[in-house]
Ligand binder design. Structure first.
Ligand SMILES: [Zn+2]
Length: 440
């Protein structure tokens, strides 16, 4: 017979029971597992959970040739306990710390100390990092960031888990330099050829953007003059410079710009070339939850830690606007400052916006005063949803609520005499024939 086998009734019941038993066990297992997942306490927060995404460059570059070679430029004492790294393009902090075999935990302790300065977020080729280790424990005791001969930052260990920074800014001596050139080809090419940097040429064209169309109005045979002020330490240029005066002579018009003591550029009549700022980077009013205070105790670590901006309490997602025209110089995600933006404005102004939830501009992008750049948030080390807003004038953080920012369009009346005097001094320099590095 070819009949197919059929289970008896008894066998069927047994199988059903078996299946039911298995189903119950599996259900209990799944329910228990999900429950554990939902109700188990989150792991304790430690600094090591922070992803090192802040450092956006590739990590592969740095080699393990850690110990300082004698040929490197050496500042201060060096030994096998002192390691030095010169930053090359593409380097990032994570890879450099790995290269000198210092843990990412220690790196994050230093990044925490750097929260209010953010000097380590921008490492430029040629900067150096010097690591000093304890001779016995090999623990990092000090790290020095050498930016230029006039600017260094020292991160010093203060206990097992914390570092403190000290910024060294030397005034140096400043010398004037005159660049005077006929235009041959484009303004850009001629300006670069005369010795101006890319950034400086960009600043000049931006300064005159409402007055001069550099493609149409400027031609071969026109002329420009620039008085630049350069910083020196021990007779060597530090790389720090700023433009004091510009004159452009085209066939039809003369254009000029003079830097005044308030950090703004004006034409010879005292009319501002920079567009005015707005005081606040948002619409409406928000409560100040933490004021600008250079001697503040940090709300979380309780240590003295300067608060270089103002905190405004606001719900996550509040639109944030640039307070002035400028160029976005940083779009970063910092473990403590959170998602943040830095904007370089004409004149000598810089603004920063921190703890954002969403950033809607890119690095290098030009923005206008009042342009939306981000949504506020609660990212980084933050005690609640707020915006941290900073203004820097000539490299120093100032109180955004009281800072003298250009809200007006011309030199204030009471300052006009001083402005005229400054213009006369600069014009005297411009009238000189070629000169280089004369006292200022
Ligand atoms: Zn703040």
């Amino acid at each position: 017979m070819n009949a197919t086998w059929k289970p008896t009734k008894n066998q069927q019941t047994k199988q059903r029971r078996k299946r039911r038993f298995f189903l119950i066990v599996a259900t209990l297992f799944v329910v228990g597992w999900v429950g554990y997942y939902i109700y188990s306490p989150p792991p304790p927060e430690t600094v090591t959970v922070v992803k090192p995404t802040v450092f956006e460059k590739p990590t592969e570059r740095l080699k393990h040739d850690a110990v300082l070679s004698a040929s490197l430029p050496v500042r201060g004492q060096t030994s096998k306990h002192v390691l030095q790294r010169t930053i090359a393009s593409g380097d990032n902090l994570s890879a450099i710390f790995a290269g000198v075999e210092i843990s990412q935990t220690v790196m994050l302790q230093i990044v925490a100390a750097d929260e209010s300065l953010l000097a380590l977020d921008i490492l430029r080729p040629g900067n150096t990092l010097t690591f000093t280790l304890d001779e016995e424990t090999r623990q990092l005791t000090k790290m020095e960031l050498f930016i230029d001969p006039a600017h260094q930052v020292i991160y010093q260990r203060i206990d097992d888990r914390n570092f403190e920074y000290r910024e060294i800014i030397l005034p140096g001596t400043w010398k004037y330099q005159l660049l005077d050139s006929d235009i041959d080809g484009s303004f850009y090419q001629s300006a670069i050829f005369s010795g101006l940097s890319d950034r400086e040429v960009g600043n000049i064209t931006y300064l005159f953007k409402n007055k001069v169309n550099f493609n149409r109005d400027i031609r071969a045979g026109d002329r420009f003059q620039v008085v630049r002020n350069l910083q020196l330490i021990d007779g060597k240029l530090t790389g720090q410079s700023h433009i004091e005066a510009v004159r452009i002579f085209s066939r039809k018009h003369h254009y000029s710009a003079f830097l005044f003591e308030d950090g703004n550029y004006y034409d010879e009549k005292g009319k501002s070339l920079a567009r005015a700022f707005q005081r606040y980077p948002f619409k409406g009013r928000y409560r100040i939850t933490s004021p600008f205070n250079l001697a503040r105790r940090h709300p979380i670590t309780k240590r003295i830690s300067p608060h270089k901006g103002v905190d405004f309490g606001m719900s996550v997602g509040t639109p944030i606007y640039s307070t002035g025209d400028g160029v976005v110089t940083r779009v970063k995600n910092h473990p403590y400052a959170g998602k943040y933006i830095e904007i370089q404005h004409e004149g000598r102004y810089l603004t920063r916006y921190m703890h954002l939830s969403r950033i809607t501009v890119k690095r290098g992008e030009k923005v206008k005063r009042g342009e939306r750049i981000a949504l506020s948030g609660n990212t980084g080390r933050s005690t609640g949803p707020h915006l941290h807003y900073e203004i820097h004038i000539k490299g120093r953080a100032v109180n955004p609520i009281t800072a003298k920012i250009p809200l007006a369009v011309s030199v204030p009346k009471g300052k006009f005499k001083a402005f005229k005097q400054r213009v006369a001094e600069l014009e005297l320099l411009l009238e000189k024939s070629q000169f280089d590095l004369i006292g200022s």
